[in-house]
Design a protein around this ligand. Structure first.
Ligand SMILES: [Zn+2]
Length: 175
């Protein structure tokens, strides 16, 4: 990200980032996980739940879905190929790490998910491309302490994307 750094000129990184995201970002779904067990598929203790429950997308907790705009990036050392395989001189390395950048007023938490999806012109989900679990989420702050944007580190979930996509479409129909 390019920052304008001029003497005596305030850098409004938040504004710059928001513009960048508006211009170059894409929409995805933020799946927010609550502390409450899914009432449809989860046992009272939350120990057992169905991996194929469309009410919670198999997560086992009550969830909320937000459509957000973000910037995504494969982890810096990773060369992305269609199946995320990377070849280096030490052999094959499977990498599934991805970083996301979102506006300061979006609040992703560790344990939430980012689902990469494509939408039709009515904002309905057409395809699910990947499920990423947030493992780290933190605001980027300037010297004055204000949050300018947030960064999330994620790992791609090892999940059956076809089943997940079916559940997601089912759930979105009911929202
Ligand atoms: Zn459920």
């Amino acid at each position: 990200m390019r920052m304008k750094i001029n003497n005596n000129v305030d850098i409004n990184l938040r504004e710059e980032f928001n513009t960048l995201t508006d211009d170059y970002g894409y929409y995805a779904l933020l799946i927010r996980k609550s502390e409450m067990n899914c009432p449809i598929c989860s046992s009272q203790e939350g120990q057992q739940y169905s991996g194929v429950c469309p009410s919670c997308l198999g997560i086992g907790r009550r969830i909320k879905i937000e459509r957000i705009k973000l910037l995504g990036q494969q982890a810096a050392q990773v060369i992305a190929t269609p199946n995320n395989s990377v070849y280096t001189n030490v052999g094959d390395i499977y990498s599934d790490a991805k970083a996301y950048y979102v506006k300061y007023d979006i609040n992703p938490h560790v344990g939430d998910f980012i689902y990469e999806v494509s939408f039709d012109k009515f904002d309905r989900v057409v395809n699910l491309h990947g499920c990423y679990k947030i493992e780290y989420s933190e605001p980027y702050r300037m010297d004055n302490g204000r949050s300018e944007y947030k960064v999330c580190s994620t790992h791609r979930e090892n999940t059956n994307i076809t089943i997940k996509e079916g559940m997601l479409k089912e759930l979105m129909k009911r929202l």
